[in-house]
Design a protein. Structure first.
Length: 675
């Protein structure tokens, strides 16, 4: 064995609840092996197919390794190399000139390309706060569900993922766990082998649903109606823990009255299920202990997603499932880490010095970029700095997003690894480091550990970390505050306060947060009263686009479309990894056989999917995964890989959810025809 071999602690940076602890073995500057840390309880040595190929991403032949300046039209992706100093000087000059007139005309656009506290919003946030740039409402994935959960429990809080292995009933609700939550699925499989029943609740018959004992293929946006139908049966059959309700639930009388208006027949009619399916699920849930719900974010990407999460989150409170460590619910556990994060130190909101810049919603960036300014909106957007995101591919109603990015008077800077759809529209593309090349610190929304990421190799080519790029821009803008001198390592070491075991974190690469095994066994929710809240009373909220709410639109576009992620991609990440793209094949639309026959369509046929917002060309799959009346447009492909230069977001709209001002991606009506 080479004497130069060494192994460093790392953490998976991607937008996934598993946040795996990794070990990276290198020989000099060569990546020898990337593996899950076998000593970390939830990772237990296993990585998903995507991240196990992370070396392929880091050393990808198409990786951007030098700063680039646009020479073609926006969207063409034609660039010339430029030196770092020349690029940063020009960017700082142009941003500075805009900021001198109207700092809110500058908009940062970022999300979860990395979940890291350092390479996400640390030095970047310091720069935007000091500059006085517009704020960004980072709503695009989980805000409706997160706000619904917090409105019920007082925070984004849930059970420990490893305790699902001890559950006797698991509802896998709105989650394709095999693809998007692999380590939870390991625990669910352990429970299954021990005799537990697994029930999938999902409009699509995913690979996960196929491996559960039962699959309930409800209509998109009807999850709240199903929850109320279950509550009805819990009440009339006295499958309640009345003591737990009396002690730990606020607003029960009004919730009880509402639930009694939703007998199984009404719930089933709304959901597209049978009344017996609603009754059977309620019986299983009300008479099995411990029972656990793995709720995921697919079900909250509709207009009523926040209220639906509130209703589902109340179910374990009504049965007393929280008394058991293997009972309760997990949507997000990120709130457990909030007290441990040194967020104010990392992001320095004090640098705003009393200013209150406007907030731009990332989910309506298409409309925002096309807004002329004024009329309560604020100044016209003149500059956009994109990092950790690919909005041209992932933001809804992408026809408008593209039109906005093609504005000749919009100055756009993109920090990236590859020439994505968004980077193709940039004035400058700056090469960013990957997770193997920089420092970072991580929390998780799927488990209760915090992790550290150490650089395993020097940056490839001329790549620089996000934090370093923003640090150098701050210097060129004349910002001399000492906080702009903090190194990436200093940011990582200061990311957590003394409520965690720092010695263990740096020794092992991870450490557990101090969360009780059964966190709400005796109530103690993070609400002001310490009780789970059914106040204000949650309601069933209809989709923006559905036969009940928009009958005329539904007559023209009778198919509901959801756009769940393709199994081997993660949002738009990994789409350019050829081995993974080869597994997926090409953009496709799944349709039920009856719907295909009614349109004279066949499996494998090229089709156009369309509505008033645009059309998307793809291949049809009649593979048994779509329920009648619903089509599944798998995403999120880069537009440049689409048959007509589009992806499914050509069809989605910018209307927002009931809570959290989040997008309604799965609340979309379309029609399908042969090409």
């Amino acid at each position: 064995m080479s004497e130069s071999l060494r192994t460093v602690h790392a953490a998976c940076p991607h937008d996934c609840p598993d946040t795996c602890a990794m070990k990276v073995t290198v020989d000099g500057e060569r990546i020898v092996r990337i593996q899950g840390d076998p000593d970390h309880l939830t990772t237990h040595g296993a990585l998903c197919t995507k991240v196990s190929r992370y070396a392929e991403r880091t050393d990808h032949p198409e990786r951007v390794l030098t700063p680039l300046r646009r020479v073609g039209a926006k969207g063409e992706g034609r660039f010339e190399p430029v030196g770092w100093d020349e690029a940063l000087d020009d960017i700082a000059r142009r941003l500075g000139a805009i900021a001198a007139r109207e700092p809110e005309a500058i908009v940062p656009y970022s999300y979860a390309g990395t979940m890291g506290l350092v390479q996400g919003e640390s030095m970047a946030a310091r720069l935007w706060h000091r500059l006085g740039a517009s704020r960004l409402h980072r709503s695009i994935c989980a805000e409706a569900g997160g706000e619904g959960l917090a409105a019920t429990y007082g925070g984004k809080l849930g059970m420990h993922v490893q305790h699902f292995a001890e559950s006797r009933l698991i509802l896998v609700w709105g989650s394709h766990s095999i693809a998007s939550n692999l380590h939870f699925w390991t625990y669910a499989q352990a429970a299954k082998r021990a005799g537990a029943k697994l029930v999938a609740i999902d409009p699509r018959r995913t690979e996960t649903a196929e491996k559960c004992h039962q699959h309930l293929a409800l209509r998109p946006g009807t999850d709240g109606a199903l929850a109320l139908g279950l509550m009805h049966e819990l009440i009339v059959n006295d499958w309640l823990d009345q003591d737990y309700i009396d002690r730990h639930v606020e607003g029960w009388p009004a919730l009880r009255a509402l639930a009694l208006q939703w007998p199984p027949e009404r719930s089933a009619a709304a959901c597209g299920l049978t009344a017996d399916e609603v009754r059977g699920l309620a019986r299983d849930y009300g008479t099995t202990a411990p029972a656990a719900i793995r709720l995921n974010y697919g079900m909250q990407r509709v207009r009523g997603g926040g209220n639906a999460v509130r209703l589902i989150a109340l179910l374990p409170c009504l049965t007393g499932a929280w008394r058991h460590r293997a009972g309760g619910l997990l949507l997000s556990a990120s709130g457990w880490a909030a007290p441990a994060k040194a967020s104010a130190w990392l992001q320095r909101p004090d640098l705003l010095a009393g200013r209150q810049p406007r907030t731009v919603n990332m989910s309506t960036i298409g409309d925002a970029l096309l807004h002329p300014g004024g009329a309560g909106f604020g100044p016209k957007i003149e500059a956009l700095v994109v990092y950790n995101s690919n909005p041209v591919a992932v933001a809804p109603e992408s026809g408008k997003v593209v039109a906005g990015f093609r504005r000749e008077d919009l100055f756009t800077v993109v920090l990236e690894h590859f020439l994505t759809d968004t980077a193709d529209h940039a004035d400058y593309v700056l090469p960013a480091t990957t997770q193997l090349e920089h420092w970072d610190a991580h929390t998780s929304y799927g488990h209760t550990w915090v992790l550290i990421n150490q650089p395993a190799i020097p940056p490839r080519g001329q790549a620089r970390s996000n934090a370093e790029i923003f640090r150098q821009l701050a210097a060129r803008l004349g910002f001399s505050e000492p906080c702009f001198q903090d190194s990436d390592e200093a940011l990582a070491r200061g990311a957590f306060n003394d409520s965690i075991d720092h010695a263990a974190l740096w020794r092992d690469g991870w450490t557990r947060l101090p969360v009780p095994d059964a966190p709400f066994a005796n109530g103690g929710f993070a609400t002001p009263s310490g009780k789970a809240l059914a106040t204000p009373l949650p309601q069933v909220v209809l989709n923006h686009e559905c036969a009940e709410a928009t009958p005329e639109l539904a007559a023209r576009y009778p198919l509901a479309m959801i756009s769940p992620p393709a199994r081997h991609f993660l949002n738009s990440t990994f789409v350019n990894v050829k081995s993974l793209r080869a597994i997926e094949g090409e953009p496709c639309l799944e349709m039920h056989a009856d719907d295909a026959a009614a349109r004279g369509l066949a499996d494998g046929q090229p089709v156009r999917v369309f509505n008033d917002r645009g059309e998307h060309h793809c291949v049809l799959r009649v593979n048994g995964r779509a329920r009648p009346g619903v089509v599944n447009g798998l995403g999120v492909w880069w537009r440049k890989f689409g048959r007509n230069g589009t992806n499914v977001n050509e069809l989605t709209h910018q209307q927002l959810t009931d809570l959290g001002q989040a997008p309604s991606f799965y609340d979309c009506l379309v029609e399908v025809a042969a090409l």
